[in-house]
Design a protein around this ligand. Structure first.
Ligand code: DAH
Length: 347
């Protein structure tokens, strides 16, 4: 009987001691240690459990029950303390983070069209008013269309004008200019008249610098019909430049050479940066070269399916990033495809 009373008293003490110790538990680590000491394998309650089987049979149930009560109570308090510690950690976190709900939210960035696309769209708009339709042609071309049908046979020295990207497949190249689209369009429309603009990316195997890129956009103009003259070419181009850059611009035509036109010319525009006085933009000449043009060569007309005796036409080609650069004061063409959002965002 004594033994039983003693052990019950001992269990009560054990419980009291454990509960007291719990007051100074303030972290997850403390709690781990407390659990080890008061509920672990070699803790005092567990020792009592071990002793029970050696007790008198009559005492065992009572002691067992009491020991269980103590263990359950301590486990419950362990759980409560665990929650208390977590709550405190959370509160502390919130206090330290200093969340300011009055701060303005982050503006989502608005998308926009690439500056090169904006320029192209403006060009289409102007040319549409002048009666030109957009005609899209392929970027991967055959040697035949990119050169031969444009009156540039293999080994012709004029091939040096275009440094070409060849592919592993014989005769397949990246177009070096939009001119092959002329042939595709003529094949589609001959013998009807055409008045089209062919836009798109062209590729050149070049050393890149501020004014040379390995890829850039061109537009090609093509008009084929009866009685089309050099005067039509000149008038159309001057009007286009005037609508693009304003009525004050002055232009001039210089004789030049392209295998697919005869005669060929290049058009210069009075430098819009210095108004002809000579500056860095025009390399001191006062003029900016902006396009190549000419009357479609009879061989090219024939290759396109037109009878050069009855039909004539004019063509022109220009790089449109050059136009964007002039209009927006961009001094390095490499900016266009470098994908630097700080550059692209400005337009
Ligand atoms: N295809 C020429 C180039 O990329 C530009 C050009 C010149 C196109 C004269 C034409 C033209 O249609 O008539 O250098």
């Amino acid at each position: 009987m004594e033994e039983k009373k003693d052990l019950i008293a001992v269990l009560q003490q054990i419980q009291q001691k454990a509960q007291d110790a719990l007051h100074s538990v303030n972290s997850a680590d403390d709690l781990e240690r407390w659990k080890f000491t008061y509920l672990g394998r070699s803790s005092e309650v567990m020792q009592v459990f071990k002793e029970i089987p050696s007790m008198e049979t009559a005492l065992r149930p009572v002691l067992g029950q009491k020991a269980n009560q103590v263990k359950t109570e301590l486990e419950k308090r362990l759980e409560l303390t665990h929650e208390r510690i977590q709550q405190a950690a959370l509160a502390n976190n919130i206090k330290q983070q200093k969340l300011d709900v009055t701060l303005p939210g982050r503006q989502p960035e608005r998308g926009r069209l690439h500056i090169a696309t904006q320029t192209l769209q403006e060009i289409y708009r102007i040319l549409a008013e002048m009666g030109f339709q957009v005609y899209r042609s392929r970027e991967v071309e055959s040697d035949e269309y990119n050169f031969e049908l444009l009156n540039i046979p293999a080994y012709h020295p004029a091939r040096d004008l275009w440094d070409t990207f060849y592919t592993k497949k014989e005769g397949v190249i990246l177009r070096t200019h939009t001119s092959p689209g002329q042939i595709h369009a003529m094949h589609e429309y001959a013998p009807d008249p055409v008045r089209i603009v062919l836009p798109g990316m062209v590729y050149r195997y070049e050393q890149m610098d501020a004014s040379h890129e390995i890829q850039f956009n061109q537009i090609e103009l093509l008009a084929v019909g009866r009685n089309i003259t050099f005067g039509d070419l000149r008038g159309t181009l001057e009007e286009f430049i005037r609508r693009m850059f304003g009525s004050g611009v002055e232009t001039r035509l210089r004789p030049s050479y392209f295998p697919f036109t005869e005669p060929s010319a290049e058009m210069d525009m009075k430098c819009i940066s210095c108004n002809g006085k000579g500056c860095g933009v025009c390399s001191g000449t006062g003029w900016l070269e902006i396009l190549g043009c000419g009357m479609v060569h009879p061989t090219v007309l024939k290759n396109g399916g037109y009878d050069p005796e009855k039909f004539s036409g004019f063509a022109a080609g220009l790089g449109t990033e050059r136009i964007s650069m002039l209009r927006h004061g961009v001094d390095d063409i490499r900016n266009f495809w470098a994908n630097d959002i700080r550059f692209l965002k400005q337009f």
